[in-house]
Structure formats: C-alpha cells, structure tokens
Design a protein around this ligand. Structure first.
Ligand code: 9J3
Length: 290
C-alpha cells in the first residue's frame, strides 16, 4: 500500500445524495439507492485471531446509534466478492465490517467464529479511544450476513449466539445437513434457483424449512439465479451474478435490518405479504412467516 494511503486512516468513500436524512421511504425500490449517509471506511483495526483483514464501513455524518453488521465471504472468496453490501448498508446508517477469513478454504464453523469476533470488534470500536465510531455503536443491535459458507456461518452463529443477534441475512448459503431447530433470530434467506454450487434443494430450501415456526423469516429464491447473485461484480467472471437483481437485494437487505435491528416498524410495509409485485415477480419461490 502506498505510504500516503497507509497514513490516511479514514477514507471518505462517497458523497451520497439519496434519501433526505430523516425521511421514511415511500417505496421498497427507494431503498436500493444510496441512503442518506456519507460512507467512510477504515481498515486499521485491532488484531483478531478469528479473521484476517477487515474493512469497517460506517455512516460518517450520522451522529450516533449505529447498529453493527458483520459479513463473511464464501469458499476461496475475499472481501472484494461481497464489499458492495458494506458500502450500501452503511449509507443507510449501519456500521458494517466486511472480513477476510484466516484461510480461503475454512469451513462454515470457522466463518461463524469469525463473524462473532467481528461483532466483538465493532463493539470494541464503539469503546476504543481514537476510534472513528467511538460512542456511536448500539451493542444490542447486531446482525451477521455471509455468502455461501459465510452464509452457513451466519446460520451457525445465529443458532449458537442468538442472544447477541437481532437479524441475519445468509445469501446462497452452503451448509450440508444442518438442523436449525433452535435458531430464533429473524432470518432473510436469499437463494438462486439455478445455484449449481449450493443447490437450493440441498442447502437453502431445507435449511429454511428447518427453522422453528416462531422464527420471523423470509425465503426469496430468484428465478434463474446462480450462486453469485448477491455478490459484488469482480474481474473473475466465474464468480459473478448471472442476473442483475442487485436493486431488489439492496432494498430488501436495508428493509430487513431497519425492521429488526433498528426496530423500525415502518419497514414491515415492504416485507412478508407486503413484498411489492415488482420484486415478487423475480422469484421462483417465496415463503415467509412473521
Ligand atoms: O462457500 C461456497 O461457495 C461453498 C462452495 C463449496 O461448494 O464448497 C465445497 C467444498
């Protein structure tokens, strides 16, 4: 890294001009646009044994009360495969840590441990003297997300540490033979009908079916979608979305976190049976319970 960048602890990423600061959204689609907050990020974070590098995105011009979100990549992937979520969600008000696993090939359980450690880092940054987000984090508003084995890790984390989590969003989750019968954390599960790596018949669908009746949950399976529909677009053609459903995902991710992390009931108007036709028409399967 060039010395100038190394010295520059904090980088302001975008000047977003989306929603006005305190407005309620008038549609789900509006949440696909950058939110009202300017995004900043930094990656000089306290060392952790549970993950390698990480980037913490946060809403620079929001005063306080950020919920925290940790996001893990899939098998052989790194931050660049999932980083769009960090930028988008932080523009809507969340502190989002996107991580690299210690090993590119580690299993879902290690990814669950990495996610929980990342949340501890976010809480720690809320306390650390000199941290750009000191005093701004709400420790009781935390979520985890992840792609594929990182999605499997999100599910394992929620099964084991439900007391520390208010929401999870696994996308194209990969986790064989798991029973999630104790998972009580509100779960937005994103899946691709044509996923050939984590086939919905073996992963997302049975995982979703194993959730307890009382868990608020929503399963959205995109028609013709591959394993990478919720990932960033990178140089590696083999790891790219095959259809563009980014707007729907961006909007639904924000709505899920606003409802369950921020406990803002206004966002229920876009979810569950209220999912707009425009999004519903992209889905091969849709199931929910609230
Ligand atoms: O994290 C993932 O993309 C799961 C890929 C996979 O099939 O791993 C098998 C070892």
């Amino acid at each position: 890294m060039p010395p100038l960048l190394q010295r520059c602890l904090l980088l302001i990423l975008t000047l977003s001009a989306g929603l006005p600061l305190a407005a309620q959204p008038d549609s789900l689609a509006a949440l696909a646009r950058p939110g009202p907050f300017q995004v900043a990020y930094y990656n000089q974070l306290p060392e952790s044994g549970e993950y390698k590098d990480a980037t913490l995105y946060f809403p620079a011009n929001r005063g306080t009360d950020f919920g925290g979100v940790a996001i893990a990549p899939g098998f052989t992937e790194s931050q660049e495969n999932i980083d769009w979520w960090g930028r988008h969600l932080s523009s809507h008000g969340f502190a989002v840590m996107v991580l690299d696993t210690n090993s590119l090939r580690e299993d879902p359980q290690l990814r669950a441990d990495a996610l929980m450690a990342a949340l501890a880092t976010i809480r720690g940054e809320g306390e650390r003297s000199g941290s750009p987000i000191r005093g701004k984090i709400l420790n009781e508003r935390m979520a985890v997300m992840g792609h594929s084995m990182g999605g499997g890790g999100s599910l394992l984390a929620a099964g084991a540490h439900g007391d520390q989590l208010q929401a999870i969003i696994p996308f194209n989750p990969w986790l064989p033979d798991a029973n999630l019968g104790t998972l009580q954390v509100p779960t937005l599960m994103i899946a691709g009908e044509a996923d050939r790596i984590a086939a919905v018949a073996d992963h997302a669908w049975p995982l979703f079916q194993s959730l307890p009746d009382a868990t608020p949950r929503m399963y959205i399976e995109f028609s013709g979608g591959n394993h990478f529909i919720a990932n960033s677009v990178t140089d590696d053609e083999g790891l790219r979305p095959n259809i563009d459903v980014r707007d729907s995902l961006a909007a639904l991710g924000v709505a899920w976190l606003k409802l369950f992390l921020d406990e803002d009931e206004a966002y229920r108007a876009f979810l569950f049976e209220n999912l707009p036709t425009e999004q519903r028409e992209q889905l091969s399967r849709f199931e929910f319970a609230q």
